[in-house]
Design a protein around this ligand. Structure first.
Ligand code: ATP
Ligand code: MG
Length: 527
């Protein structure tokens, strides 16, 4: 086995190498082409933005922003925030072991001290004041009390140890997400940035709606596994401004499906739902809460907590034991207001008109207030439990929430890594051809001709390998084979002298002689 090198890519990040990058390029090229046919233009955005933009746009209540963000450090601006910053560092460095009661006690004491001192400082205006500070505090307090509760439980099994580790991790993550100073963060998603840019550049003055798409890396601190990385890539699009006509929702979904079809992505399943609006959803949420309270003791701890914080998210639960209970809960479709019900029916009609096949999934929800009406998700094959390749929905309140004019909006984000994984799963046997022509030149006299041949072939768009030094015939052919070349062009002393070149097709070993102009013509035709 090769010796392990000192430096390796950080767990959860990856190098993408050829020939796989050719597939990435094909996917991205297809996105550029397909999205352009629907009138979308590309927007390129910064990779980091103010933490508060994400906190406000995505919501601190979400895992994405509540604990998965990579927040970049910044100088403290006074002694109080600096002291709290140091206390936080000390806590972060604590090794907390379930076998060491003292480590547990110190950890809890330090966290409580932090919470008390932070809240005082916040109250007195001595630390950075931000809108969601109280939510950050509530998260940390909740994580801490979750940890305390866990210590009361019998510790017999491995599961308890997992919960213990997770509780310590959660405490540290939520602690890290308290903003002691105005910071920036690596973007965990891009919708917030697109809306920020829409406001900043007055794009509402352009003909509406404005159609934008982006592609690039996103960053989330998650547990790495197949299809889940710390740095991953998204391809997304947003339609901003103008009307909220159901045809727009349907067209956006149609565009994703056309894109996936062009790529021949297999086993696609599109699910749609409507989650109502500011008027009808709160009534449904209350109903859901009432129903959930009746079955509270049959639910797991996460769902029990969510009955209070965000009952909609209970519908997201993957916990096996909760499935029969969730199946009996009321469906939002039966509780939409008249406008939302009409909108949803029209979206479905427009999808049918476009020949887009969908399935309704009443459990597809988004927990944030400004998300409304249409939501959708697309899954693909070969991805195990990380099988969602695209999520999207309507978010009419978001631009306004970020300080812009009231603006309709709908968009989606595709997980490019998962898309590629799925394409690879469906296409395992495809040959990895990385060169069209390998120029097997032999003898000094043939070299100048080989250089000229390489130039002509490359000009005509062929992928050419021109070995830098002379090789023996057998070595050249085996090298051509290893590179997956389609042809070897054999140029020896005789060939050059006669002006008759030999082209060998590597797959079947056949050889044909050509004059120089005929060769190019032949290759062009057989492309
Ligand atoms: P999941 O439920 O799988 O965590 P999500 O709801 O967090 O997904 P979105 O925020 O809607 O995902 O992002 C859209 C898409 O981005 C997902 O459908 C998925 O394909 C991809 N994605 C999200 N997080 C990751 C990650 N950590 N690694 C790779 N792809 C990801
Ligand atoms: Mg996620």
């Amino acid at each position: 086995m090769a010796k392990k090198s000192k430096f390796q890519a950080i767990k959860g990040t990856r190098d993408l190498l050829p020939p796989e990058t050719a597939l990435w390029n094909r996917v991205e090229q297809t996105a550029h082409e397909v999205f352009a046919t629907f009138g979308f233009g590309e927007i390129r955005l910064p990779i980091f933005e103010s933490t508060e933009l994400f906190a406000r746009a995505v919501g601190l209540e979400t895992d994405i922003v509540g604990k998965e963000m990579f927040i970049l450090d910044r100088e403290y601006d006074n002694k109080t925030s600096s002291d709290l910053g140091h206390l936080r560092e000390t806590i972060n460095f604590m090794v907390v072991s379930s076998a060491n009661q003292q480590s547990i006690d110190s950890f809890r004491q330090a966290l409580s001290k932090f919470l008390v001192e932070y809240q005082e400082a916040l109250h007195e205006g001595l630390v950075y004041q931000y809108e969601h500070a109280h939510v950050s505090v509530a998260h940390l307090a909740e994580a801490l009390s979750g940890f305390a509760g866990l210590l009361e439980l019998p510790r017999a099994d491995n599961r308890w140890q997992d919960l213990f580790d997770k509780a310590v991790y959660d405490c540290k993550e939520y602690l890290g997400h308290i903003l002691l100073e105005g910071t920036n963060a690596l973007r965990p998603e891009a919708t917030a940035s697109v809306c920020r840019a829409y406001i900043e550049h007055n794009l509402q003055q352009l003909p509406q709606p404005v159609r934008l798409y982006y592609l690039g890396p996103m960053f989330r601190r998650e547990r790495p596994q197949k299809g889940r990385y710390l740095q991953f890539y998204q391809i997304g699009a947003e339609v901003l401004g103008g009307s909220d006509a159901p045809a727009i929702d349907a067209e956006v979904i149609e565009m994703v499906m056309v894109f996936f079809d062009k790529l021949e992505l297999q086993g696609l399943q599109l699910e749609v739902n409507s989650i109502g609006c500011r008027d009808c959803r709160p009534r449904y949420v209350e109903l859901l809460r009432t129903e959930l309270l009746k079955v509270k003791d049959q639910l797991g701890p996460d769902s029990q907590r969510r009955i209070e914080t965000n009952p909609l998210r209970v519908l997201d639960s993957k916990l096996e034991s909760e499935q029969p209970i969730i199946a009996t809960l009321p469906h939002i479709a039966d509780h939409l207001c008249e406008d939302c019900a009409k909108h949803y029916a029209a979206v479905k009609q427009h999808l049918e008109l476009r020949g887009v096949i969908y399935r309704e999934n009443w459990r597809l929800v988004r927990g944030l207030d400004y998300y409304m009406r249409t939501t959708f998700e697309i899954t693909a094959q070969g991805l195990g439990s990380q099988n969602a390749v695209c999520g999207g929905g309507r978010y009419d309140g978001l631009v306004e929430l970020l300080g812009g004019p009231p603006t309709k909006g709908i968009g989606f984000a595709i997980g490019e890594d998962r898309l590629i994984l799925s394409l690879q799963e469906g296409n395992k046997t495809q040959p990895k051809q990385t060169r069209d022509v390998y120029i097997a030149w032999m003898s000094e006299q043939a070299y100048a001709t080989a250089v000229r041949a390489a130039k002509d072939l490359r000009n005509a768009g062929f992928r050419v390998e021109l070995p830098p030094t002379e090789q023996k015939f057998g070595k050249a052919l085996s090298q051509a084979d290893k590179l997956g070349a389609k042809y070897a062009l054999i140029l020896g002393q005789d060939e050059v002298a006669e002006g008759s070149w030999t082209l060998k097709t590597l797959a079947d070993g056949t050889q044909t002689k050509f004059t120089e102009p005929d060769l190019l013509e032949h290759l062009r035709k057989s492309r």
